[in-house]
Design a protein around this ligand. Structure first.
Ligand code: ADP
Length: 306
């Protein structure tokens, strides 16, 4: 899809957050655009800044600098209008434990006018929600299903989900992914944080990886193989010149073990091949980085830089 102002659902510009009394930025100059009709996975190790970003988008906390818009509305100045247009699922259970699921969903309908109840009823049925039990008496997974219904029932144009499938059994997870795909095909934008590799691979069109408050990678999952990183496992007849390998154009990372080296290279392979052709190489294997390796590459400290 060609990027125009109109098909951008979430736009984040130089957004930073420094919590009071912290000497480190929780989020540092984040720039990101997510389109309508796109499922964007927001990933990163614990403490990377994912929840901070989501809390900023929801205006639960305010930025130290920078701004974000959702459907063209400023998340701080137009916060009430924004909240009406979006669906949100929090990482922590924020529902009222003494209400039944039915009472809670009715209450949420007042905040998010739903129109007819057909879709809500469909969601309740497909997710097998126990409507008449008190929320506090439901298991973690069953509470999560109620939270999913309230996030989706008004067919919002933008859906923000903080680790949405935690606690769901595999069948329910699958049903939930179908619901997300249906929302996407009606043009909704979905921004979700997740730790589950299979889930990300299954549903996300694009991912962003954040580490120590900074976006370290953005990757379209549809063309992961063609635009990603290639891994070379090389064994040399004599010693490995780690410094020379690190200085080759496109090389991101070099790990050595005796006379072997694992080299991560992005983009054009020819500079590395040219170097290797002049060396005494006894074994060479190459492969394209898959999502799991991409995760590890960027999650580990120093990944993405030499
Ligand atoms: P994630 O969701 O990726 O695990 P967070 O956004 O929760 O990460 O945290 C990012 C950083 O901000 C961490 O270093 C965390 O300790 C810090 N942090 C989060 N919330 C607060 C807070 N309320 N006060 C101070 N520091 C915080």
């Amino acid at each position: 899809m060609v990027e125009t102002k109109n098909n951008i659902a979430i736009e984040i510009n130089d957004l930073s957050k420094n919590y009071h009394g912290m000497n480190k930025m929780a989020l540092s100059s984040l720039n990101l655009k997510v389109k309508k009709g796109e499922i964007f996975g927001y990933l990163g190790p614990n403490g990377a800044g994912k929840s901070t970003t989501i809390r900023l988008l929801m205006n639960f906390i305010q930025p130290s600098s920078g701004r974000a818009t959702i459907l063209g509305l400023d998340v701080v100045k137009d916060s009430v209008a924004v909240k009406r247009k979006i669906g949100y699922l929090s990482g922590e259970s924020a529902m009222y434990p003494k209400m039944t699921a039915r009472q809670y969903l009715n209450y949420m309908r007042d905040l998010h006018p739903v129109g007819d109840m057909k879709y809500t009823k469909e969601l309740v049925k497909r997710l097998n929600v126990e409507l008449d039990k008190k929320i506090g008496e439901l298991s973690r997974g069953n509470q999560q299903k109620v939270a999913i219904v309230q996030a989706l029932m008004h067919k919002p144009e933008v859906i923000i989900l903080d680790e949405p499938s935690s606690g769901l059994d595999p069948l329910m997870q699958e049903e939930f992914y179908k619901l997300l795909e249906e929302a996407k095909s009606r043009g909704a934008c979905i921004f979700m944080s997740s730790h589950i590799l299979g889930e990300v691979q299954r549903v996300c069109d694009r991912i962003g990886i954040i580490r120590e408050g900074k976006l370290v990678a953005e990757q379209n999952l549809l063309n992961l193989a063609s635009s990603g990183i290639t891994i070379f496992d090389v064994t040399f007849k004599d010693r490995v010149d780690q410094k020379a390998l690190k200085n080759i154009k496109g090389v991101q990372k070099v790990e050595t073990n005796g006379s072997s080296a694992t080299v991560h290279i992005q983009g054009d392979l020819s500079p590395l091949l040219a170097y290797l052709s002049k060396q005494n190489v006894s074994r060479l294997e190459t492969k394209t980085m898959d999502l799991e390796e991409l995760f590890l590459h960027y999650y580990q400290k120093g990944g993405g830089s030499k």
